[in-house]
Design a binder for this molecule. Structure first.
Ligand SMILES: [Zn+2]
Ligand SMILES: [Zn+2]
Length: 241
């Protein structure tokens, strides 16, 4: 299995990650990625980025030692309508948007409330990836999520960090299995991301690879093996691609 890109990574700008953008980009080169995306948390996560952080990405080179550099955000879903903590007029400047639920930003609701939150976020025209929908603290219906994602052209994330036994997320592995089974059933695309908060973890997809192999998950539903597949999650065309 080829993992050519990693779009969910954090830098020191997130406030609880420990590497700079340049250190992460170096690691992406080291790991042989063809594209690397950074997606710092938007502002509802304490200590993370204010809007202005996302407004000056033009200073960052499009290529670093041959690796395509993509500029994204991990936006927070902040209510059960699926509203985000960052405005669309900032999201429209970015290459891609991941929307996720974090307990520090939204208390887990009932199954229906959590699903409403995800469905609401999936209706935002800039959201193309749902981040780590595998956290057992948020009860959810994986079949419904995968079905809706397929319908709306949204990609579900298989998060390498959730599969780490050290993860704060609850039953990450069991839930990732449910998500993958549902994705297989409904033909929903998945994207593997590391959710790195430290440079060494950029591009390290070992947990994802093991699980996908164990489950014999269909390769044609995994985005990461072709750069062309990036188009499915990007909000704009990038000349340098
Ligand atoms: Zn984080
Ligand atoms: Zn997250």
């Amino acid at each position: 299995m080829d993992f050519l890109f990693d779009l969910h990574t954090h830098t020191i700008a997130s406030g609880h990650a420990y590497s700079t953008l340049k250190e992460n980009m170096e690691e992406a080169v080291e790991k042989g990625l063809l594209a690397y995306g950074f997606s710092d948390h938007s502002e509802a996560v304490p200590g993370s980025c204010k809007n202005i952080y996302f407004m000056n990405f033009k200073v960052i080179p499009r290529r670093y030692k041959g690796v395509l550099i993509l500029r994204g955000v991990e936006a927070n879903i902040i209510d059960f309508k699926g509203n985000l903590d960052i405005d669309n007029n900032i999201l429209n400047r970015l290459d891609y948007v991941i929307a996720s639920m974090h307990t520090i930003c939204i208390e887990p609701g009932s199954l229906q409330e959590n699903m409403d939150a995800y469905f609401g976020a999936m209706s935002n025209p800039y959201v193309k990836i749902i981040g780590h929908p595998d956290d057992g603290r948020y009860p959810m219906d994986h079949d419904e999520l995968a079905k809706e994602a397929q319908k709306k052209g949204i990609v579900l994330e298989l998060n390498n960090s959730s599969l780490n036994p050290k993860s704060a997320r609850l039953h990450g592995r069991e839930n990732a299995i449910k998500m993958l089974e549902a994705a297989r059933k409904y033909g929903t695309y998945i994207i593997c991301n590391t959710d790195s908060h430290y440079a060494d973890d950029v591009g390290d997809f070992r947990n994802c690879a093991t699980l996908l192999t164990e489950m014999d998950f269909p390769k044609e539903l995994i985005l990461n093996d072709s750069i062309d597949n990036l188009r499915m999650v990007l909000n704009k065309s990038i000349d340098e691609m």
